[in-house]
Design a protein around this ligand. Structure first.
Ligand SMILES: Cc1ncc(COP(=O)(O)O)c(C=O)c1O
Length: 430
């Protein structure tokens, strides 16, 4: 008999991520099939940064590779929690960059990426079948992670039964975009009242808030996080802040950036090297939480990855030992912030000039979302076919973005003319 794939995988294969689908559509062979020149395509699709990694970090990799003994060490397993010195330095980084006090290595687990840590977090912090609260719109990957992490195929689903057990968690969506006026959380008291209602009704085990957010590039306000934390405390839920873009704020960062997990035990924060150090392919991330959660995560991580990558940990430790204390990390981050803020400004000006539709002003990160007033999928296919300009349909991020697209300026941070050219091309066709 032919063995079968798991039920959840069979089902999820039928519903692939809409972002992946569109990126597939933009692959070279498909572009050629559309009669377009792939070299002429301008993509606002990529969710990645394109500034240089710190030169000193590159040097540290070289030094390791040039030293036979140390290179040999990169081939050893590290502790499941990650290297002790690395965890100390990450705590120090929070103190020096964000003024966080009362944080130490016991609050930190190092993983291979924030993607893996988020997935493991579902296993460590929630039960199969328990609901999860997500913002609408929000980062598209959480949904699949939740489905895989919180589906229990051992439980029989009885939709009609009085004590029905769910095989799968569901999302309790908190709407944060006002689609009438294209504003993000215009009335925080109202959003918090909606959240309270949602928690009262659905009792989600956790809520994830990315800040700065993907796809809107908004930073959750201090008032919202304070209110959300109180609600999570009241219902015994976790407030998970996805800080994948933490260092990429424009202007002033909010106070909760310095909240320690020892003072806020219901808070979990997830961090990544992908964006700040342009290390998307050199996989690395970490989680900050109270020691009890870190212990739970260690147990999960023993089974998911055994230990994080040793080579990247060694290189980042060597880098931070210098750059954190001589101020070069802070100036490197300042420069990156300025460059992305400039790219965001160019993008907004180009949208206003050539597209002329409502958009959000980024407060950090790599993106904005534009209300295009018609179905986003159709719009993206139409514009790509006719102009060779690629946007990402909004629907994959939530129902509020059905008639919208996500625009990423990250890949073009040092190619601002392309941003203008792309918007001009799309605008003149429209
Ligand atoms: C909000 C958010 N979280 C997490 C990730 C994934 O980060 P990592 O590379 O650490 O897996 C992304 C990637 O785009 C993201 O936008």
């Amino acid at each position: 008999m032919k063995p079968k794939l798991s039920k959840v995988v069979q089902e999820q294969i039928q519903t692939p991520s809409p972002i992946r689908q569109i990126m597939k559509m933009a692959e070279r062979s498909n572009i050629i099939n559309m009669g377009l020149d792939p070299d002429d395509v301008i993509s606002f699709g990529g969710g990645w940064v394109n500034h240089q990694a710190p030169e000193l970090l590159r040097q540290k990799y070289l030094d390791i590779c040039n030293d036979k003994e140390r290179f040999h060490k990169t081939g050893a397993y590290s502790a499941t929690l990650g290297d002790q010195r690395y965890r100390e330095l990450l705590a120090e980084m929070e103190t020096r960059l964000f003024g966080m006090k009362n944080i130490g290595p016991d609050n930190i687990i190092v993983g291979n990426s924030s993607t893996q840590l988020t997935y493991d977090m579902f296993l460590a912090c929630a039960e199969p079948g328990e609901d999860v609260a997500l913002l609408d719109p929000t980062y598209a990957n959480y949904y699949g992670q939740m489905v895989f992490g919180l589906t229990d195929s051992g439980i029989v689903y009885d939709p009609g039964g009085p004590d029905r057990l769910k095989i799968r968690a569901e999302v309790a969506y908190l709407k944060v975009l006002d689609t009438e006026n294209w504003t993000y959380m215009p009335d925080v008291d109202k959003t918090l009242a909606d959240m309270e209602e949602l928690f009262n009704l659905r009792r989600p085990r956790l809520m994830i808030v990315p800040s700065p957010d993907n796809p809107t590039s908004q930073i959750a306000s201090q008032k919202f996080i304070e209110g959300a934390y109180e609600i999570c405390e009241k219902y015994g839920s976790y407030l998970v802040i996805d800080f994948a873009y933490k260092t990429q704020y424009f202007g002033q960062y909010p106070e909760y950036y310095s909240w320690s997990p020892n003072d806020y035990p219901n808070m979990v924060s997830i961090h990544s090297n992908s964006k700040w150090a342009r290390s998307l392919g050199r996989r690395g991330g970490w989680m900050e939480a109270n020691p009890e959660i870190i212990d739970g995560m260690e147990r999960v991580q023993q089974c998911s990855i055994l230990c994080p990558d040793t080579m990247h940990q060694m290189a980042v430790v060597d880098y931070l030992e210098e750059a954190l204390f001589d101020g070069s990390l802070a100036s490197y981050l300042d420069k990156a912030r300025q460059d992305y803020e400039k790219a965001a400004g160019v993008t907004l000006a180009a949208i206003d000039r050539h597209i002329g539709m409502p958009r959000l002003e980024p407060q950090g990160g790599l993106y904005t979302v534009v209300d295009i007033g018609r179905d986003g999928d159709e719009f993206v296919h139409d514009v790509l076919k006719n102009t060779g300009v690629l946007f990402i349909p909004g629907k994959g991020f939530g129902s509020t973005l059905k008639n919208a697209v996500r625009v990423s300026y990250g890949p073009m941070v040092h190619n601002l003319d392309k941003i203008n050219e792309g918007m001009e091309r799309a605008g003149s066709y429209l």
